[in-house]
Design a protein around this ligand. Structure first.
Ligand SMILES: Nc1ncnc2c1ncn2[C@@H]1O[C@H](COP(=O)(O)OP(=O)(O)OP(=O)(O)O)[C@@H](O)[C@H]1O
Length: 236
């Protein structure tokens, strides 16, 4: 579903030098597979997801999504790709002020021409599954940081995308909520055969992943503290 071939992204460091954020990354993620990418702050995790989302151009390399190189898309096709094919859970939820959780979650469905009532009905079960059943009418300013993050997750998943990119989806959550969200993402991969790349500082995420990597010095390494899926994540 997703294949990265030798992806390179360097930035100027402002001092005549180079930040080698991504220095030849190759990665394959199949349908139904959850790939976790761990890494310290500044290691290039967000750059990696932005490149896969077609928001940032790599200096070199290919990003194939269902066989199509998305680095070659023009701006309009890249926007369409983001609307139709991927769900992107960004690090900081960019919710619209004054708009209810239910309406926020339905946004991408409106963009795809669904009738408002139908779109709201479609996202309701997802919000309930994320523990937001008592917060459907709340606006962002009435929600906690963790609740806002869960609304953003519902918005990203509302269109049933085939590829999900998750940037620190548990960053604002306590351990209990983190496990619930990771379990939901795991189930999404299993039930809907979604391919997912999840980047995080949270070592817990490796327990729910099929493959776990560490991004360090611009390269992917095997995750150092083990990548086996925890018994709780497999439902046994
Ligand atoms: N536009 C830019 N210009 C210059 N340097 C940049 C730019 N964007 C990112 N960087 C640098 O590239 C490196 C990787 O940044 P990136 O945001 O991808 O890391 P990250 O792993 O997501 O970090 P965090 O976990 O703190 O969010 C960092 O050192 C950052 O300062």
């Amino acid at each position: 579903m997703l294949t990265l071939v030798d992806v390179v992204k360097h930035y100027p460091d402002g001092d005549g030098g180079t930040i080698r954020a991504l220095d030849g990354i190759s990665l394959s993620v199949s349908r139904g597979e959850l790939a976790a990418v761990h890494g310290p702050s500044g290691s290039g995790k967000t750059s990696l997801l932005q490149i896969i989302a077609g928001l940032l151009a790599p200096d070199y390399g290919e990003v194939l999504v269902a066989g199509r190189d998305i680095t070659a898309l023009d701006a309009a096709d890249a926007a369409d790709y983001r609307l139709r094919e991927i769900g992107y859970i960004t690090q900081t939820p960019d919710l619209m002020p004054g708009v209810s959780a239910l309406e926020q979650a339905a946004t991408k469905l409106y963009g795809r021409g669904r009738r408002p009532r139908e779109a709201r009905a479609a996202v309701r079960p997802l919000l309930e599954r994320l523990g937001l059943d008592k917060r459907l009418r709340h606006r962002p300013e009435q929600l906690s940081g963790g609740e806002r993050q869960r609304v953003a997750i519902a918005r990203a998943l509302a269109t049933a995308p085939r590829l999900v990119l998750a940037d620190e989806p548990t960053g604002a959550l306590d351990a209990g909520r983190s496990r619930e969200v990771l379990q939901l993402l795991r189930e999404l991969c299993d039930e809907q055969q979604v391919a997912m790349v999840l980047v995080t500082h949270d070592p817990l995420a490796a327990d729910y992943a099929d493959t776990a990597h560490t991004l360090r010095d611009g390269a992917l390494h095997a995750f150092d503290t083990g990548s086996a899926r925890a018994p709780s994540a497999s439902g046994s």
